[in-house]
Design a protein around this ligand. Structure first.
Ligand code: ZN
Length: 433
């Protein structure tokens, strides 16, 4: 890919984050629908609807919520806080209210973030019947009148939970699950970055030859993943590899969190890609995004997570400071590139058997030492040829060979192609390990 294309792609990712950012999303409601409409311009998206009240695994799908506006005003009608600039102002899933309250009654419903006092916190109450407002510390301190008028104009009642699903079939039924959450309001890194990167990744995968089948999920967090798992319980075993993509636009380095297995092929592929791009690897923790659901003991799907700065560890997290200035085009592009490198390792990983295993086959006679690139390249390819021949006894995959030899996966995969073309390898479909 040329430098100009790379810059264009980084800008396209950033522009998409910019389009998604002002959409007023919640767990359900018109914001999620609008978000999925935007994503559907990039990938062939199916929208799945699950009615409120449906039992999904141990949970119940909540009512649908739509916020029209919310404000706090003085008794002579001056609005001190309102939703005109951001829906973060209203506690997510607030029930409607219109009342004049004493100051102390109002303060019971005011949320601030002591760790980020100058920003508006993001708070929700999906499973409580309450209402609230989110303020900066200074705004809360300035509420000095005896009484205020408050209004939350919202609907909360039976409707649907919706999520988006895309299937890009490959020649194999083995699937790669790629998932991101679509349930946060005007927060740029914590949700728009993942949505944008996954939408453009999907468009690029759709244009490629694929061995693996790709399933992309755009889900409201937790309940959306549970609803998908509930509906797909019988077929979840097809998921061969998975990645949750979330928080991939901030300026920090990449972070990959391993699956609960810890050494699954997706973990090993990420370990070849992420540190080489300046990132780090974390062990699995049951605290995070929807990898928690996919890795639960009833499913144990091998789903890792790609992020940049881990959730909850940056001061902008879940506040109004997670805005468009916090997300960088170069970070979005770096995240997309890392994902594509991980997926290309998973695509290319295979197990072979050496068809001339009695000593080394004579490579020169087969033209395998000639015409294979520049000088340095050539030494690497030679070494890769010898490693692949030595290790291909039908039990070790190319990922094993790359890991043991320390050679780049691409060099090992290239050597395997050359040996396959020369009739020295055969592919083993069901390796005995
Ligand atoms: Zn979040």
């Amino acid at each position: 890919m040329g430098a100009v294309n790379t810059l264009e792609l980084a800008q396209e990712l950033y522009d998409l984050v910019g389009e998604l950012y002002p959409v007023r999303r919640s767990l359900t409601g018109p914001g999620v629908r609008r978000t999925l409409e935007i994503v559907a311009r990039y990938v062939p998206l199916d929208v799945v609807e699950v009615p409120s009240g449906t039992q999904v695994l141990d949970w119940t799908v909540p009512d649908e919520w739509e916020l029209r506006e919310g404000w706090i005003a003085t008794t002579d009608g001056v609005r001190v806080v309102d939703t005109s600039a951001t829906s973060l102002r209203v506690l997510g899933y607030s029930v409607p209210v219109h009342a004049v309250l004493r100051r102390d009654e109002l303060l019971d419903h005011v949320h601030v973030d002591p760790a980020a006092p100058e920003h508006i916190p993001y708070r929700t109450a999906y499973y409580d019947r309450t209402w609230g407002f989110c303020l900066t510390q200074r705004e809360r301190a300035a509420l000095s009148d005896d009484r205020y008028e408050v209004r939350v104009d919202a609907d909360r009642g039976p409707g649907h939970l919706i999520y988006g699903e895309v299937v890009l079939p490959g020649t194999s039924e083995a699937e790669v699950l790629l998932s991101t959450h679509v349930c946060h309001p005007e927060l740029a890194n914590d949700n728009c970055s993942g949505i944008a990167v996954l939408a453009l990744l999907g468009r690029r995968l759709a244009a490629r030859d694929r061995r693996l089948t790709y399933r992309l999920l755009f889900l409201p967090g937790t309940i959306g993943a549970l609803a998908w798992l509930h509906a797909n319980r019988a077929r979840a075993g097809r998921i061969a590899h998975g990645l949750v993509v979330a928080g991939v636009g901030d300026p920090g380095p990449l972070t990959y969190q391993r699956t609960v297995h810890g050494a699954h092929p997706v973990d090993r592929a990420a370990a070849m890609v992420v540190p080489a791009r300046g990132g780090s690897l974390l062990d699995f923790s049951p605290w995070g995004y929807d990898e928690r659901q996919f890795n639960a003991p009833g499913f144990r799907l091998p789903v890792g997570r790609l992020s940049r700065t881990p959730h909850g560890t940056y001061p902008e997290y879940h506040t109004s400071a997670d805005d468009l200035s916090f997300v960088q085009p170069a970070s979005l592009l770096d995240s997309l590139t890392a994902l594509e490198e991980i997926l290309s390792i998973l695509e290319g990983d295979a197990t072979y058997r050496n068809l001339a295993p009695y000593g080394e086959p004579q490579l020169g006679r087969r033209g395998l030492y000639a015409g294979i690139g520049g000088e340095r390249d050539q030494a690497e390819v030679k070494l890769a040829l010898l490693w692949v021949l030595n290790q291909s006894d039908g039990t070790r995959s190319l990922l094993d060979v790359a890991q043991r030899s320390g050679l780049p996966f691409a060099a090992v995969a290239h050597a395997a192609r050359l040996l396959l073309d020369a009739g020295l390898l055969e592919r083993v479909e069901r390796p005995q390990r």
